[in-house]
Design a protein around this ligand. Structure first.
Ligand code: ATP
Length: 235
């Protein structure tokens, strides 16, 4: 299968400081790709590049074999890229229902959006009138995912979905993410701690100081290498 998303030799930085030093990554439809690595490795910057909110210094961003380097975030969103940023992409002062209703700008009706959200996450139906900021962390991530799904993404980018959540909840969320991928969505997820995602990922890339130190199927070899490479006891 040909990749829906490809980074070729991507370099980027902030002001004069280079942060990414030539990233090569290809993601196929239906694949879950985990981008792992310690603090400051450049994981979030990579997601920001894929969603067009950060510019590439050199290299290429391809979407369905089309060169989309330098294209605006709006155009990438229209092409099917959806970023769910770290810290949950919800409006905390609005209700669950209003958070979902805002997504009608996509052209889908409120009923359709709610049906998709409430079928995947029935707890959200029970919480429909609740103010999003008072939901549990896991429920807020479910709402953020539902808002993302309303855009019918081809590529879903998830930044530290597990942040601050109990391992059991993280496992349940990633099971849903894997199910979303099985329906054909390419998923790129960033995590600092590998254990949360390795059993759900089809492919893992380990980013260390702006370079991919290792990538491949998350088998035992990669897990062992991960442990020795940089994570130490934090795996
Ligand atoms: P973390 O999990 O800590 O967010 P990360 O792997 O996602 O780590 P990035 O957030 O991509 O890493 O940051 C990579 C490097 O770029 C870091 O050294 C960081 O200090 C720097 N950086 C990130 N954002 C900015 C910014 N807005 N201005 C200047 N430097 C930045």
């Amino acid at each position: 299968m040909s990749p829906v998303l490809e980074l070729r030799g991507v370099r980027a930085g902030y002001d004069d400081i280079a942060v990414l030093h030539g990233i090569d990554l290809a993601v196929e439809p239906g694949q879950v790709v985990a981008l792992l690595g310690p603090n400051g490795a450049g994981k979030t910057t990579t997601l920001r590049i894929i969603s067009g909110v950060h510019t590439i210094t050199s290299g290429q961003l391809l979407f369905c074999d089309r060169d989309m380097t330098g294209v605006s975030p709006r155009e990438l969103a229209r092409a099917g890229v959806c970023l769910i940023p770290e810290g949950r992409g919800v409006f905390p002062n609005l209700s669950v229902r209003d958070n979902l209703s805002m997504m009608t700008f996509t052209g889908r009706s409120r009923d359709e959006i709610e049906e998709v959200a409430f079928t995947r996450f029935p707890i959200l139906a029970e919480r429909a009138s609740q103010i999003a900021g008072t939901l549990s962390g896991g429920e807020q991530q479910m709402l953020a995912l539902s808002r993302g799904l309303a855009t019918e993404p081809a590529v879903l980018l998830l930044d530290e979905l597990s942040m601050g959540l109990a391992p059991l909840i993280v496992g349940q969320l990633y099971e849903e993410v894997a199910e979303i991928a099985r329906q054909g969505v390419a998923v790129v997820l960033v995590e600092q701690f590998a254990n949360a995602v390795l059993e759900f990922a089809d492919h893992a890339a380990v980013l260390v100081r702006g370079r991919i130190a290792k990538q491949g199927h998350p088998d035992d070899g990669l897990r062992t290498e991960l442990a020795t490479l940089y994570l130490g006891s934090s795996t």
